[in-house]
Write a protein that binds this ligand. Structure first.
Ligand code: ITT
Length: 194
């Protein structure tokens, strides 16, 4: 039961491994396939980009492939950074730089309610026969004023969970996997295929 996760993002790989291994899947990623083609994310939606990545990789290796396109939508920024979350501060910039840009753009907004945001995760499942299915998961919260916490990846240190006073980066791996946009989407995908 081998499955490729079409990502080079180690943070995503760790979460998929923790979620799928107990279900009996052997999880591989593009970190195991250095010759994988580099797919340009030209889509204007999370789903479109997930489909581009999943189809290309399932075609290249003839294997069942899941791709994850995800990001942060900030309401005050009209949904930005959205599909540009990975390259918000520039193509070669770090998670740190991306977070700093979001914090700077919200610096005038002091009320937490007005700093509402959500993480989105679209998953595309592509089988070699070329059937593609997509699902979407979400996780609601607010943008903190400063980064807090060491766990997770990406924008986790500035994302305060709804009904909580913790950032996503203050949750353990297990806690994040109970509430995240990624696990929400994956539950829907597993329901769809079982
Ligand atoms: P792949 O395309 O290889 O999967 P990527 O990191 O470029 O890797 P995306 O294009 O989907 O992935 O960009 C996702 C962006 O959203 C990136 O900046 C992540 O840090 C951020 N992100 C996604 N899921 C996240 C999570 O669970 N916690 C924090 N940030 C997250």
């Amino acid at each position: 039961n081998k499955i490729i996760i079409a990502t080079k993002n180690k943070g995503k790989v760790n979460e998929f491994e923790a979620l799928l291994a107990p279900l009996g899947y052997q999880v591989q990623s593009l970190l195991d396939y250095p010759d994988a083609i580099d797919v340009e994310e030209t889509g204007s939606t999370f789903e479109a980009n997930a489909i581009l990545k999943a189809e290309a990789i399932s075609k290249q290796y003839g294997m069942v492939t899941i791709a994850d396109d995800s990001g942060l939508e900030v309401d005050y920024l009209n949904g930005q950074p959205g599909v540009y979350s990975a390259r918000y501060a520039g193509t070669d910039k770090s998670d740190q730089a991306n977070m700093e840009k979001v914090l700077k753009e919200l610096s005038a907004i002091t009320e937490l309610e007005k700093r509402s945001a959500r993480f989105i995760c679209a998953l595309a499942l592509s089988t070699p026969g070329h059937v593609v299915q997509t699902v979407r998961g979400a996780c609601e919260g607010f943008i903190a004023e400063t980064p807090t916490g060491e766990n997770g990846f990406g924008y986790d240190p500035i994302f305060i969970l709804q009904n909580s006073n913790k950032t996503m980066a203050q949750l353990s791996k297990e806690e994040k996997n109970k509430v995240s946009h990624r696990s929400d989407a994956l539950k829907k995908l597993i329901e769809l295929i079982s």
